[in-house]
Write a protein that binds this ligand. Structure first.
Ligand code: DC
Length: 218
């Protein structure tokens, strides 16, 4: 069985996907981590962000694997690297490229066909798994999403404090990434017509999890 969870950055997708997977005994596929892992390789190899033979070569030999909360690309543990601000800045441009999407969609389908999966991303219900048994779309206001992202960065010691200036900066970056992710030509972030839309503003993880469990009903 496949359950998809789509939504913009900071909508609560990742925490909820993990919790839902634990509760149902499903595996969890974080497809954002896959786009981030490719972006990490592009940056590491100093490649231009273009569909060209160098990128195609990199994709031909690409291996992405997960072990619990760790992400490995070509055998290298990149878990700590892929959530850094320099990857945040470039990931939307890398994930716009047709060759990157084709390769990652192929890998995502190959992984998820092996069992019961919660698949989280931007195009899970619309493009990658159109026949998923349940589809969710999570959203929250830009202010709430910026607050969550600031807390994450603070907990990972990537920022030293949270104040109005930092929240504004993060909010601008999130809105810029959302706008790129929603207006790109290839598989933009959209709300699948057959999805259950949940606004997570002001709700705890438990409350949203309960709402989701009720509508899954298995
Ligand atoms: O969920 P995230 O913030 O880790 O995702 C990082 C980026 O990857 C996001 O800005 C857009 C891209 N992405 C995508 O294009 N398609 C997906 N299925 C998942 C993520």
């Amino acid at each position: 069985m496949i359950i998809t969870i789509d939504g913009p950055a900071g909508s609560g997708k990742s925490s909820l996907s993990r919790r839902l997977a634990e509760q149902l005994g499903f595996s969890f596929l974080d497809t954002g981590a896959m786009y981030r892992a490719v972006t990490y390789l592009v940056v590491k190899n100093n490649l231009p962000i273009l569909d060209n033979p160098l990128l195609q070569n990199l994709l031909k030999n690409l291996s992405i694997t997960f072990d619990d909360k760790e992400v490995f690309v070509n055998g290298e543990n990149v878990t700590g690297m892929i959530r850094r601000p320099e990857i945040d800045k470039k990931v939307s441009s890398v994930s716009e490229l047709g060759s990157v999407r084709d390769k990652l969609v192929e890998l995502q389908r190959a992984i998820a066909e092996k069992g019961d999966y919660i698949c989280e991303g931007r195009d899970m219900g619309s493009v990658v798994f159109p026949h998923a048994q349940r589809k969710f779309y999570l959203d929250a206001s830009p202010e709430e999403r910026a607050r969550r992202r600031a807390n994450q960065l603070f907990n990972r010691r990537m920022i030293e404090k949270i104040d109005g200036d930092i929240l504004n900066k993060i909010r601008n970056e999130i809105e810029e990434r959302d706008s790129k992710d929603s207006t790109r030509k290839n598989s933009p972030l959209t709300i699948p017509a057959d999805s259950i839309k949940i606004d997570t503003d002001g709700k705890t993880i438990e409350q949203v999890l309960n709402e989701m469990m009720k509508s899954i009903n298995i």
